[in-house]
Design a protein around this ligand. Sequence first.
Ligand code: NAD
Length: 495
Amino acid sequence: MSDISLLPQVEAFLSRNHGLFIDGGYVESHSSQTLEVINPATGKVIAQVADADPADIDAAVASANRGFKQWSQAAPALRGNVLLKLADLLEQNREELAQIETCQSGKIIQIARAFEVDQAAHFLRYYAGWATKISGQTITPSLPSFAGERYTAFTLREPVGVVVGIVPWNFSTMIAIWKLASALVTGCSIIIKPSEFTPLTILRIAELAIEAGLPAGVLNVLTGSGQVGKGLIEHPGTHKVSFTGSVPTGIAVGRSAMGAGLTRATLELGGKNAAGFLRDMDLDKAVNGIIEAGFLHSGQICAAAERFFVHHSQIEQIMDKLAQRLSKLNIGSPLDERTEFGPVTNRQHQLKLEGFFDTARAENNTIIHGGQRMDRPGCYVEPTVILAKTVNDTLLNEETFGPIATFFPYDSEDELLDLMNNTPYGLSASLWTNDLGKALRMVPAINAGTVWVNMHTMLDPAVPFGGNKSSGVGREFGGAFIEDYTELKSVMIRY
Ligand code: NAD
């Protein structure tokens, strides 16, 4: 087992004095406060970034408004071309970006390459195609005509203005790209506030965006704590927030946005997603499905499943097989290409997960596999399988955002549906069965923004994504994002 060598440009990037990215380049922060970026695989500090202050926020907002004036007037095809060029540049700098991402987040290098870079480029190209396809309608009003006058009307889709994009730590590149692409293709400018844990990759991407031809000020990046996000949302010079993160922060963001004079807000929040396995499912395929749904990127995926419902006649066998599979996982350094399971992204999160292990024990849940931090440097916890005792147990109700699969048996399919819906959240769910007819009849009864059948977690830019109930407001991807990044203007003409 050995780590890949870091590219010289990665070493050089990490050791830079990182400023804030405002008006097309790096500027020194007005603040003397900095934040340490820590590699969760080693516990070592790999970089320092600025913790922006109110004067930095003012500067970024002023720049973004200047950028908006220019960019909102740019020809749609030009906007699309910049996104296409940026996609090319992500691919040309694939290894550098993937390594920076792995160093800051502990994401295994294969996932950093495939999702943070390749998928991000794929999303950019999809969004680029929308640039020339955003349109309004023509309408014939039915107003009375007294002297032969006639009427016509049309609608315009106009960019909403300066967008604040607030990003979590789990997929810091891909989620930033979703927000950036949605804003740029609709003619908005954007200020991205990355997570304090993973601020680096988007700083490098901002440089690539300028190389791709994006005018200065259309994309600014302000690093810092949650207060920077709050300051941006509440600033009178910003017009929309696109937030991805936890439910409690999402509610605070929604309040800030409404309090700031109805700043538009879309909220992509957490969940407690369910996977339901019907009895006809082959047990080995079910175990593969559980690993896909619950353990990819150590379960640190908003759409990952955390509640697993299996028929009572099969639950013991499935949990045994799953425990065997997990005990063979190659757990190790995220920079080793053979590693299948790496650390979680930060110490706070590791401690939170350890708290969930304690709670499971205190509530007399059965820990089938794992349930401990790992005895090695860095933020490692064991992949864990838990059998809950009652539907009210904490592990069946609170989002852990980690590699913890909690099981509960069901008897009938009606009971399965009730169990799956028994949550205030509604981001995603999956059904696993060979009986497609049955699955299609059950899908409408599941209250979630996305329901997968025989798959889980995979997102595609053409398929809208977002949460029902407490999992959020609004949709990303498909054509659905356009409504959230534009205002509809009606024009009526008498002639
Ligand atoms: P978090 O809510 O703690 O932080 C998210 C971002 O919000 C960070 O950049 C943070 O600095 C910022 N922030 C904190 N307080 C703020 C405030 N008052 N105003 C404005 N911004 C503020 O979330 P996290 O721990 O970074 O990420 C994990 C959570 O994100 C999980 O709950 C997960 O389910 C969710 N998530 C959801 C999706 C989705 O698409 N639905 C995707 C990824 C992650």
